[in-house]
Design a protein around this ligand. Structure first.
Ligand SMILES: [Zn+2]
Length: 340
């Protein structure tokens, strides 16, 4: 199965070396790359030398999509990229397309930093995992549960609220951002709803009454909160020992992260994806917008589904690349031209 992965956390280079080794143990060929083209060397010392790998190839001398033709012909199964946060947007998009077109597994080892490479990996990855060499010593206070449209984010929030409050006797509050259309209810399309305890206005300083005794805060539509509000919310929770769970979209109809989602990618202790299925039965990765039933790739990030000419759809990567990007994925020459 196609897979374009982002791995972050402690011990990434060791994980890369061990994963590549395990592929080779099973007779499979892998490509190892480093965004800075330096040899891959971990901090783990073995038999007087550090665990590491020689690079199979370099980045920047030739389009990755062209290299991939050769990788595919020679039967490579996976590409591991160290320091992927140093990649350009163009390189990340090509790696994503390689995973899609050639069925080669691409794993990007990335620091969670605000670079174009790290953010583009976050936006396009279908699997996002923490490498955890610290054996679970990480805190799980701040959680971001993300998904495309129709992935039941709001109903998951409402069910979680009910379980925590009614069955476990926990003190919780629910929050939602103030939008033009905001009413005071958190409403799921499956029919359940609950009154929001707090509606947050991005343009005003954050105040939360009665933090004392709170166990958990649940936030709906977190992608619409400003990065500043998200930062002060998480700070308040960390200092008061409150668990906070944000629910929201990862990206907009152009596969670009919302400012709020980007902030949550950078600071959450846990990132959890909710899945849903595309019309073709693949898992959904992206949201798409139609205007008068035609897919569009231009327009403002914030336009609400108005029940009229504008509508939103959730699509798998294949359908998105074919219908929205309209990329000639079977015509290699034309595809390479687009990335020159
Ligand atoms: Zn599909």
């Amino acid at each position: 199965m196609r897979s374009f992965e982002l791995l972050y956390g402690e011990g990434k280079t060791v994980d890369l070396c061990l994963s590549a080794f395990s592929y080779e143990e099973h007779g499979k060929k892998v490509i190892t790359l480093n965004a800075n083209n330096e040899p891959i060397i971990s901090k783990v010392e073995t038999y007087y030398k550090y665990l590491g790998r020689d690079l199979s190839d370099t980045i920047g001398d030739e389009l990755l999509l062209e290299k991939a033709i050769r990788y595919n012909e020679k039967g490579f199964s996976a590409i591991f990229v160290d320091n992927a946060h140093l990649l350009s947007v163009n390189d990340v998009e090509q790696l994503f397309l390689i995973s899609l077109i050639y069925n080669i597994r691409v794993v990007c080892y990335t620091n969670r930093v605000d670079t174009e490479g790290a953010i583009r990996c976050w936006e396009l990855a279908n699997i996002i995992k923490r490498v955890d060499a610290s054996n679970g010593r990480n805190s799980d206070d701040v959680t971001f549960i993300y998904g495309a449209m129709d992935s039941c984010k709001t109903s998951s929030l409402l069910i979680k609220a009910d379980v925590l409050e009614r069955r476990k006797g926990k003190q919780i509050i629910t929050i939602k951002p103030k939008l033009d259309r905001t009413e005071e209810y958190i409403k799921s399309r499956v029919g359940i709803k609950r009154k929001a305890d707090l509606v947050i206005d991005n343009t005003k300083p954050l105040t939360i009454p009665n933090l004392k005794g709170l166990d958990t805060i649940l936030v709906d539509e977190a992608q619409f909160l400003s990065p500043d509000i998200i930062e002060s919310l998480t700070e308040k929770c960390k200092t008061n020992g409150i668990h906070i769970i944000f629910y929201g979209l990862k990206s907009d109809f152009r596969t670009q992260s919302f400012p709020g989602s980007k902030k949550l990618f950078l600071l959450s202790d846990q990132l959890i994806k909710l899945d849903t299925v595309c019309g073709c039965t693949n898992f959904v990765e992206f949201n798409a917008r139609t205007v008068n039933d035609r897919y569009v790739y231009e327009g403002d990030q914030f336009v609400v589904d108005n029940g009229g000419e504008i509508a939103y759809h959730s699509l798998c990567a294949n359908c998105y690349v074919r219908d929205v990007w309209r990329l000639p994925i079977n015509d290699h020459k034309a595809l390479v031209k687009r990335y020159m």
